[in-house]
Design a protein around this ligand. Structure first.
Ligand SMILES: [Zn+2]
Length: 273
């Protein structure tokens, strides 16, 4: 069963020069949130009973918005309301930035058909394209109206844990989870999808003029059409270099360490990174 909440929506935008901001809309909307998902979390049964999965500090579970299934993300109960909102805002901004740099990455790829073919060690190579994106479509922040009842029932029958939540599009069923880089090391993947992800990582460092790197890249691979949906960049935010907003102090050190470990692959070379 579901609880229903009234909420206001916050939309994140990124300006032309890459600065994100959030705007809360005035209209009031309704969303349904599954109850009792926590039972399945405690039983460690992901994708059962409306419970999807949990990350480092976050839970993801089922919601229904405008008659469509969606994924709802919040911090787990170990945190508090204030920390939850702070974290969700960081995550929304970071994912939006990720997509901003994904767009500039594909602009680079498409420039003059640079990747249609290129010469490697005297061999003429054709490099096949992939489709990577962040899970930004239909993504927004929800803020339950004050006075609405947020249930934190001890018998695991609750729905929302905190008044603020993120709504994401539900990932397609035919995909598979994959991690492309670890906590502290760059993986330098050898397969095609992995090389594309690593080249994107390198591109972010260059295109942000050494102010940003996303070390921990993970997502949902749909192999039949070479698609990758990236998500949850905040799971390991202590190793995310994110100097642009002064959030993490050793941003520059992290970026240097990333560049030392990264080995340019064929995609990097084709793009002239
Ligand atoms: Zn490279």
């Amino acid at each position: 069963s579901f609880d229903e909440f009234q909420f206001k929506r916050g939309i994140v935008t990124v300006s032309e020069d890459g600065v994100p901001s959030v705007k809360i809309q005035s209209s009031i909307e309704k969303i349904k949130v599954v109850t009792g998902w926590e039972k399945y979390k405690n039983l460690e049964q992901p994708f059962q009973g409306g419970y999807f999965n949990s990350g480092f500090s976050k839970d993801v579970f089922l919601g229904r918005f405008k008659n469509k299934d969606v994924a709802i993300a919040q911090l787990n109960k170990k945190h508090d309301e204030e920390r939850n909102l702070e974290d969700l805002l960081q995550e929304l901004k970071l994912i939006k930035l990720g997509q901003y740099f994904m767009n500039s990455f594909y602009n680079r790829v498409n420039q003059d058909g640079a990747l249609a073919s290129f010469l490697l060690n005297g061999f003429f190579m054709v490099i096949l394209n992939t489709a990577m994106k962040w899970n930004v479509d239909d993504m927004f922040l929800g803020q339950v109206l004050s006075g609405e009842d947020i249930q934190r029932r001890p018998n695991e029958n609750g729905s929302l844990t905190w008044p603020d939540f993120i709504v994401y599009a539900k990932l397609p069923d035919n995909g598979k989870f994959r991690k492309f880089s670890g906590f502290f090391e760059v993986q330098n993947n050898k397969d095609r999808m992995g090389e594309w992800v690593d080249a994107f990582g390198h591109h972010v460092v260059l295109d942000s003029a050494f102010t940003l790197c996303i070390v921990d890249l993970q997502g949902w691979v749909i192999s039949k059409d070479d698609t990758l949906i990236l998500f949850d960049p905040q799971a390991n935010r202590q190793v995310l270099c994110f100097k642009m907003f002064g959030v993490w102090d050793d941003g520059m050190r992290g970026i240097e360490s990333y560049m030392e470990q990264h080995e340019c692959n064929t995609i990097c070379e084709a793009l002239g990174l």
